[in-house]
Write a protein that binds this ligand. Structure first.
Ligand code: ADP
Ligand code: ADP
Length: 223
């Protein structure tokens, strides 16, 4: 579904992402795990189209999307610097993507309800984001990322802003939700437990490179 082929991104001649390649298939969740500064977010931003690679190709369903603008890629995004629109209700936040991608008007309410239901936020459709807790806002942001029914979902530290207890609960739910929508998902995290419990496969990054591409059980059994 998604293929990243020999991607490179340099800032001031230093490679933030240094020749990385991997694939994610439909229905699979892959974690990008590594310490702060190892290139995880830069990788996601290139896949999303927010940053231009210096070399390499991003392809989706065998189409080279590297030259395409973000909105031309079939990708749902949950990034930290990509907050909910504060002046719009929960419902309008989730409807925004479908409205701007040509989903017929008559189908949008049903679409919005479906994804608010999936994240357990249907009862709060008419609220404004600032009246919600952090965890509730994350749920809505997830519904918004899924509402265009993208083939690919990118999540940058989706649970890091939450307290430990809520993080654990949402982790389990997030895993189930990602399975339900059957997208190719990439979750960026610096938290090993989160990577191991959420993902079908873990890519361990260090200094812009992928050191290991393994199943969670293989990572567990690493000496
Ligand atoms: P991570 O997400 O793993 O914390 P990043 O991808 O954010 O890592 O950053 C990787 C490296 O690239 C870091 O050294 C960071 O300072 C640098 N970097 C990222 N974005 C920029 C940018 N826009 N300009 C300059 N340097 C950047
Ligand atoms: P690109 O040219 O690849 O599209 P930019 O260089 O325009 O990316 O940077 C995009 C974003 O990265 C900006 O919002 C900028 O504030 C942020 N940024 C700048 N320097 C760094 C850094 N050292 N680490 C992480 N992010 C950074």
């Amino acid at each position: 579904m998604l293929r990243v082929d020999r991607l490179v991104k340099r800032y001031n001649k230093v490679a933030a992402v240094d020749n990385i390649s991997f694939e994610v298939v439909a229905g699979e969740t892959v974690a990008l795990l590594g310490p702060s500064g190892c290139g995880k977010t830069t990788t996601l931003r290139m896949i999303a189209g927010f940053a231009n690679p210096d070399a390499g190709i991003v392809s989706i369903a065998d189409q080279d999307v590297t030259p395409l603008r973000p909105y031309e890629r079939n990708i749902g995004i949950l990034f930290q610097d990509y907050a909910l629109f504060p002046h719009m209700t929960v419902r309008d936040n989730v409807a925004f993507g479908p409205q701007h991608r040509g989903v017929p008007k008559a189908e949008i309410p049903e679409r919005v309800d479906k994804y608010l239901d999936l994240v357990g936020m249907a009862a709060m459709a008419d609220r404004y984001p600032t009246t919600l807790s952090g965890g509730q806002q994350q749920r809505v942001a997830l519904a918004r990322a899924m509402a265009t029914e993208p083939g690919i979902i990118l999540l940058d530290e989706p649970l890091s802003a939450l307290d430990a207890k809520l993080r654990e609960r949402l982790r389990i739910e997030l895993k189930q939700i990602l399975k339900t929508v059957n997208a190719a998902a990439i979750v960026v995290t610096h938290d090993q437990d989160e990577a191991l419990s959420l993902a079908d496969r873990v890519l361990i990054m260090s200094e812009g490179r992928i050191l290991q591409n393994a199943s969670p059980s293989e990572v567990y059994h690493k000496p």
